[in-house]
Write a protein that binds this ligand. Structure first.
Ligand code: PXG
Length: 444
């Protein structure tokens, strides 16, 4: 029943099974986006909608930035595709170098993927293979954390801790265990930046090590700031303690920075904000400001070099994707990093953190607000669930925001989340907070 037309407002919505979406509700009242520029989306009718979430935590430079658009266009007319296995193209090497330069310490090597989920699977596989080739093949356990989100591959949902993303999908990877999450409203409510309480929760890793023995544990993977679950900044000192315990037991530490990378917390990576050097960093989203799919893993030198043995003609890691380092993604990535540097957007985000925190924390007295957490250009507002219908208030808020308040927001359950592009102005921060207040009142 396709007409083949690319009309802005299609009249047959049936064929597209939408991801992580209430499909029937959407198709009954579509939230359709046709165009974007800078801080705004536009509906097919031309109504401007303030982008409160940088697309999906990814369009950190804002939308349709001329330099990035031009780079993608130029690349499309020069080299469409080059096989990444056994061949290369210059921009793949250039981008890897640029990303490694942005990363702290000796995180010097980059393995490219097409998404955050693939980045996570890649990092977990590198961890297992690393121990294997060093003759410590018994180190097969992977430790994640409750409420963690690491994408939707089987590796990612196994180490992840979001129940709905796991419970339908069978046995998952074996040998996985989970740290406790770090949230406690009584101790941390209405926190700005890193909460004071909770560093001791890192010591739970010692308990897990005692249970399984370090000789069976390959890696710990966490989001330095848990994003998808509804924004849980790390307690002060928590990440440092986790690093120390990993070091004590020869366990690799992986930071999943798919959300926290590329300026969201005011630095290229959260690892820099916290002064903690992980063994690998997963990234995606902001690397191309969401324009072309791309992800990857930053790997420390010693880890990488461990693989660079054996005969020269032999493949060192049996892993990769047809579209690893796709030319369009690399061109977009290079232009995006140029733009971040030229406009100093990471430092800009850091400079706006207090203004943003003030504006959003001021919503504390609105109806049904249980907690507000702000850090970098990230805010989460927990709303009380409607009795008997968890998630309904959050759903209504997002729907009302788009249709009636001209703002794009996200909800995880009944937690409303704002993560605007890093180009947001002071005035737009005020506008965002006002619109969120209107939305919260509307769903009271
Ligand atoms: N790791 C982390 C920490 C993420 O936040 C992924 C991996 C997976 O990335 P891909 O590119 O495979 O989707 C993510 C994705 C939300 C939301 O509303 C967050 C994500 C995706 C969709 C929605 O918080 N993060």
């Amino acid at each position: 029943m396709s007409t083949g037309s690319s009309a802005a407002a299609p009249n047959d919505l049936a064929a597209y099974w939408m991801p992580f979406t209430a499909n029937r509700a959407f198709k009954a009242a579509p939230r359709m986006i046709a165009r974007a520029k800078d801080m705004h989306y536009f509906t097919p009718e031309g109504r401007a909608v303030l982008d409160g979430v940088a697309g999906l935590w990814c369009c950190n430079a804002g939308h349709q930035r001329d330099e990035i658009v031009a780079a993608i266009q130029a690349q499309a007319s020069e080299l469409d595709f080059a096989p990444p296995f056994q061949f290369g193209h210059p921009k793949a090497f250039a981008l890897a170098t640029r990303i490694a330069d942005l990363a702290p310490g000796d995180l010097d090597h980059v393995f490219f993927t097409n998404s955050g989920s693939e980045a996570v699977d890649t990092a977990l596989k590198i961890a297992l293979a690393f121990h294997n080739i060093r003759g410590e093949g018994a180190r097969q356990r992977l430790i994640g954390r409750e409420r963690g989100y690491h994408g939707v591959g089987f590796g990612g949902i196994s180490v992840g801790g979001i129940v709905s993303n796991r419970k339908f999908f069978g046995g998952l990877l074996t040998g996985v265990d989970h740290l406790p999450h770090t949230y406690d409203r009584a101790h941390q409510g209405f926190s700005r930046g890193e909460p004071e309480w909770g560093a001791h929760l890192a010591d739970e890793l010692e308990r897990i090590v005692a249970l399984h023995d370090a000789s069976t544990i390959a890696a710990v993977i966490i989001e330095p700031m848990a994003g998808s679950t509804g924004v849980l900044p790390p307690p002060k000192g928590y990440l440092q303690r986790l690093r120390a315990i990993c070091d004590r037991h020869g366990i690799l530490l992986i930071f999943d920075e798919v959300i926290s990378g590329f300026g969201r917390l005011g630095f290229a990576f959260a690892a820099e904000r916290y002064g903690v050097l992980p063994d690998m960093i997963c990234f995606a989203k902001g690397v191309t400001s969401g324009t072309v799919p791309m992800g990857g893993v930053l790997v420390r030198k010693g880890l990488h070099d461990t693989f660079m043995r054996g005969p020269d003609h032999a493949i060192e890691l049996f892993h990769g994707y047809t579209y690893s380092a796709h030319p369009l993604a690399c061109a977009a990535g290079l232009a995006t990093l140029d733009l971040y540097a030229r406009e100093n957007l990471f430092a800009r985000a850091l400079g706006l953190e207090d203004t943003f925190g003030d504006a959003l924390q001021a919503l504390a007295d609105l109806p049904h607000v249980l907690d507000i957490r702000t850090i970098g250009l990230v805010a989460a507002i927990d709303l009380a669930p409607i009795e008997g219908s968890p998630g309904l208030r959050g759903f209504k808020a997002v729907d009302h925001a788009f249709h009636k308040a001209d703002i794009l927001l996200r909800a995880t359950g009944d937690t409303l989340v704002a993560t605007p592009p890093l180009i947001i102005s002071q005035a737009q921060i005020g506008e965002l907070a006002e619109k969120m207040a209107a939305v919260i009142r509307a769903v009271a």
